[in-house]
Each structure stands twice: as C-alpha cells, then as structure tokens.
Design a protein. Structure first.
Ligand code: PLP
Length: 442
C-alpha cells in the first residue's frame, strides 16, 4: 500500500481486527501510512499527532533510524538463534542492560514477546516459586477489578475489565479480585495522586481472611491502570499493598507494561512510588514498539529460589520459541541507547506539570466528569450518552482523528500517553484538538 492509496481500493474482508468493531471500522477505515517523530501520516496524506504513543509503546517517537539500522544489521548477521539450551550474546547483553536500569534487586530477566506473555510468565513463575520453597498450597492468584493484564488465560483471569472476560467463561480456577480504586465521588479532578482510597489496599486482607494466606501465591496490579483509562493509585495505596503482601508471604507483581520505560518520568513506576515489587512485567516500550518483545523482571530471591535441584535440571519448564529473539534484542539495545542518550526515562518529570495543567484546562467543558494525570499519562472522561456507554467517546475519538489527533478511547474516557519526546507545543495541540472535539460532539 503506497502512501496516498485511497481506502476505497482496499480489500478489508480478510483481516479480522483485534479489539475493534470490525463492521463499523470497515465502513470508514482510519488508516495510517507512515510515521515520524510525534506524527502519523494517514493514507490520504494528513498529519495526525500521536497522543497515545501508538498503543502506549512508541516512547522514543516514530521512525528512529538507529533502531531500524540495528534490526537490519541483526537480521543479516544472525536472523534467529534458539534460546533453549543454546544462546547468542545479544540476549545476555540486553538482559544486563535492562538489569542496570531496573529497580534495585529486580535484575533477573526472562524474555517474552508481549505484555500478555510477560503476565502469564510472571504468574507461572510465582506458582513455581511458591512450590519450590515448600509453599505448594499457594495456588491462588489475585488480581484487581478494572485491571488489564493482556489476553492470555492467565492475564484474562486476573484481569478485571468485564468485556474482556464475559465471552470466555473458562477462567483460571481460584482467582479472585480486590476492588479497584476509581472513585469519582471522592477523587474527581484530582491532580497527580488522588487523596482518598489507600484503605482499599486492605481488600487484600479481606482475601486473606476469606481464602487463607496459605492458598495465595501472588497479587498482580498495574501501578497505574492504563487500559481502563488511567487511574493513578491513591496516596499510600501501593505501599500498603506491599506491606500486606509481605505480612502474608504473598508475592507482589507490578504489571508495568505501560508504566515501564519512562512513562511517569522515572524508569519504572516502582521507582516513582518507591515501592519495589517481587516481579515486574514489561513489554511495549522495551523496543519502542518496533519488534514484539517483553520481559519479566524478577527478584533474586525468586530467581535463586528456583535454581535448585541437580545442575543438569531445567529449573523452569517455560519459554517461547522467540524468547530473546535476536532482532528483538537488537531493537531493544538500540532503544535503550536512545533512552539513555536523550534522557527519555526521566524526561517526563520535567514536562509532567505542563501536561497536568494543560489537561486540567479542559475542566468545565460540556460533559467532562473527570480529568486524571500522572507523569506523561492522562485521561479525560466524559459522561456516557443515553444511546450507550462509549457512544459519545467514540464520536469524540473520530472527530479528533479527523482533525489531526490520534488517542486511545476506553468507554467514554480518552487515554493519552504521548511519546516521551513530546514538546510543549505538541501538548498544546493535543489538548486543543481534544477540547474542540468535546465541544463539537457535546
Ligand atoms: N498488561 C498491561 C498493563 C497492558 O496495558 C497490556 C496492553 O496494553 C498488556 C498487559 C498486554 O500486552 P500485549 O498486548 O503486548 O499482550
């Protein structure tokens, strides 16, 4: 497909699109043809600013030559190497480089190909670890309402977004959920961290009281839920969750698939909140969205706990054909170089205030019921219309796209996470197009 090919020449029947209203989309496709820096270009040649870093993944902006060159070189040099009982140096280099930027102690790296795989991997490691240390009765996994942990059976089961679960009745047995922290009544229009709700972490105590601590292997939460439209955790909430998990021997997993790699102005959300989990799941920004890749960061305690038995024994019967794929490692290393050279893992901190004030300037527009922000993440929520949840949100999203802004819509919320190379003028553009769309659609 060339840059200016018109959508009406496109055959759209065969591609069954993910997480998309296929029939609605195919009547009026929204198609990107190319991308550079902060912008996409559509097939009809319009520039569209990227308000969501693709799908929260293009943290260093689009079209990074350094990554393309590294990938091309790698493909021509070593296109594939198995990581089962064989290896290649780049995988070890990449793991070392990731360990260097990890929160202290989380420096054992297991490679996957996506966020969903990272989540399922972390859940399996949690179960295997508990068993290895003689806690084999701990088979229960705890998630949180409104959580999103990808689409594998593990991630779906601990996830808490109802539409993602409803059609697939078979969930992992024994999974339970603590309550979410979204509370418009107490926290609407809170800036950065909401004041109220730390006590909701005590829900983990409720799980312990109900099921018994000796049945619970791990609890997984997104430090800042993203797909459910950016819900910064209440003040003190994550610390309290850490304390309760420790008290009961429950492993704490942070799903940092979105918050990892600089989104909050720190390398990871664990750094931002000063709370270190036992494992961290990542993907997306790990290769700047270029080559599928994910990684689980595990503590030494967990890793070493599994390094037992005779030396010739496989310690963890788990892995993917493409774990530590050479092209993913090459892309990842080039990405980490860019993050370092351009200070992108902390750049968000210097722009967070501007971002916050810009988003909150939309307060008072018709139907706006909440605005949330943290680091370079944010969301604006509008009230649902009578014709259904998400209908107003959809109209605003389409209006934005038509006028040059791409953003993620989640129900009637607009979730934003611009590439970390964003400048103040881009923030102004994003907010002004969104504000106009909200007014037009009102
Ligand atoms: N976990 C979180 C927190 C996510 O936001 C996502 C995707 O948005 C995933 C897991 C799943 O990642 P993937 O789509 O790469 O499988």
């Amino acid at each position: 497909m060339t840059l200016h090919q018109k959508p009406n020449t496109l055959q759209t029947d065969s591609f069954w699109m993910p997480f998309t209203a296929n029939r609605q989309f195919k009547k009026a496709p929204r198609l990107f043809a190319s991308a550079e820096g902060m912008h996409y270009t559509t097939v009809d040649g319009r520039k569209v600013i990227d308000g969501s870093a693709g799908l929260w993944c293009v943290n260093a902006g689009h079209g990074r030559r350094q990554i393309a060159t590294a990938v091309e070189r790698q493909l021509m040099n070593l296109d594939f190497a198995p990581s089962f009982n064989m290896g290649h140096p780049l995988a070890f280099d990449f793991a070392e480089r990731l360990a260097e930027i990890a929160p202290k102690g989380l420096d054992r790296i297991f490679f996957t190909n996506s966020g969903s795989e990272s989540v399922d991997t972390a859940l399996k490691i949690a179960l295997a670890y508990q068993r290895a240390i003689g806690q084999g009765t701990r088979t229960r996994l705890i998630g949180r309402e409104r959580g999103y942990h990808g689409v594998g059976f593990g991630g779906m089961s601990v996830g808490g977004m109802v539409a993602n679960r409803r059609a697939f009745a078979t969930h992992l047995p024994g999974v339970d959920h603590i309550r979410h922290t979204h509370d418009l009544g107490r926290n609407a229009f809170a800036k950065d961290i909401p004041e109220h709700g730390a006590e909701l972490a005590d829900d983990l105590e409720r799980m312990v009281a109900l099921h018994g601590a000796d049945t619970i292997a791990a609890v997984i939460v997104e430090p800042v839920p993203g797909s459910t439209a950016v819900l910064p955790p209440p003040k003190g909430y994550l610390k309290r969750l850490r304390e309760i998990a420790d008290k009961h021997g429950i492993l704490l997993i942070f799903d940092e698939v979105i918050t990892g790699f600089g989104r909050l102005g720190t390398p990871f959300a664990a750094d931002y909140f000063g709370v270190t989990p036992d494992m961290m799941t990542t993907a997306k920004g790990i290769t700047n969205g270029t080559v599928p890749c994910g990684a689980v960061f595990a503590s030494r305690k967990i890793h070493d706990g599994l390094m037992n038995g005779p030396e010739g024994t496989i310690e963890l019967f788990h892995g993917y054909t493409y774990s530590a794929h050479p092209t993913a490692c090459a892309a990842g290393l080039a990405t980490l170089d860019i993050y370092k050279d351009e200070g992108l893992l902390t750049r968000g901190a210097s722009l967070a205030e501007y971002w916050r004030d810009a988003l909150h300037s939309l307060k008072g527009l018709p139907n706006v019921v909440d605005i949330r922000n943290i680091g370079l993440m944010g969301a604006v929520e509008v009230a649902p219309r009578k014709d259904g949840v998400g209908a107003r949100g959809y109209d605003v999203m389409v209006d934005c796209f038509n006028r040059g802004l791409y953003l993620r819509m989640s129900g009637d919320s607009f979730a934003m996470s611009p590439p970390l190379i964003v400048e103040k003028s881009h923030i102004d553009d994003i907010v002004s197009i969104l504000g106009d769309a909200i007014k037009r659609v009102a």
